[in-house]
Design a protein around this ligand. Structure first.
Ligand SMILES: O=C(O)CCC(=O)C(=O)O
Length: 270
């Protein structure tokens, strides 16, 4: 969805646009907010990211399937800017569903390098109450920030929208195990997701932000281009849930605005 200049100025969507974002998240399981970052901010993000990725790839094996890296990010500029970690419009949308007290509990990235292949469809989390077959209200959103345009050829994320985030039966929720990708793709549930359901590629320009219910089934797709396809991944959740731990340097934390400190109040200070 497009945010008007008046909305960016006030840091608030109109009630009608907020409702539209909520309908997308609650019914489809995701929403794309366009033009959140300008070219200068993107270029700073991309160039620092590229330095970090080169160093990471040098010393780490692929950990999300072949030629694919989940890499933690340091909580520092240019990644930790207020417009990125506590963007008023993104927080307004998330807080309008998860409540004012949301925290950010995960600060990392996913990169598909040239030659990466399909992952299996997966929810990022198992059902919260595995003993019961419950469809629960949202408790956690992933904020994905593509650092390059997502095109059909460079490994865009693929999603299974309209309801997979509401499946609460652990027997039919695919959860990640990237050491068994092919086996899981060939399992009955894997075949069902690929043959009977209709996934959709997220094709969106760099500068946009994808907010998705952490439960919505999705996967990485092959990067057939010659360039990496990097994406930041932050997780915002209700305060009683944690997806991970964000580590922040104590001096860095002291210098943060009260709004950012509030969102990262559960971070571990180093
Ligand atoms: O990089 C992507 O597009 C998705 C990656 C993913 O879902 C994962 O590694 O868990």
């Amino acid at each position: 969805m497009k945010v008007t200049s008046a909305e960016w100025k006030t840091g608030e969507l109109t009630p009608e646009n907020l409702l539209s974002a909520q309908m997308n998240l609650k019914i489809k399981g995701y929403v794309v907010i366009e033009d959140v970052f300008d070219a200068d901010q993107l270029s700073a993000l991309k160039s620092r990211f590229s330095e970090l990725l080169d160093a990471y790839v040098e010393k780490t094996d692929p950990n999300r399937g072949a030629s694919r890296y989940g890499m933690p990010l340091p909580f520092e500029e240019p990644f930790a800017s207020t417009t990125l970690v506590a963007n008023p419009i993104i927080l307004q949308v998330i807080r309008s569903i998860l409540g004012e007290d949301v925290i950010c509990s995960f600060f990392a990235s996913d990169t598909a390098l040239s030659g990466s292949q399909y992952q299996q469809a997966h929810s990022d989390v198992p059902p919260l109450f595995p003993e019961d077959n419950l469809s629960l209200p949202p408790f956690c959103y992933v904020v994905n920030i593509p650092l390059v345009d997502f095109r059909p050829d460079n490994g865009p994320t693929e999603i299974w929208p309209y309801g997979t985030h509401l499946v609460g039966d652990p027997r039919v929720v695919p959860v990640p195990d990237f050491t068994r990708i092919q086996e899981l793709r060939e399992s009955p549930l894997g075949r069902f997701t690929e043959e009977e359901m209709s996934p959709k590629q997220v094709i969106t320009p760099a500068g946009s932000v994808v907010i998705r219910d952490i439960r919505m089934w999705h996967r990485g797709t092959p990067n057939r281009s010659n360039e990496p396809r990097p994406m930041m991944a932050l997780v915002y959740n209700r305060p009683w849930y944690n997806h991970g731990v964000v580590e922040i340097d104590s001096a860095e934390f002291e210098g943060l605005s009260s709004e950012v400190k509030h969102v990262f109040r559960k971070a571990v200070l180093r």
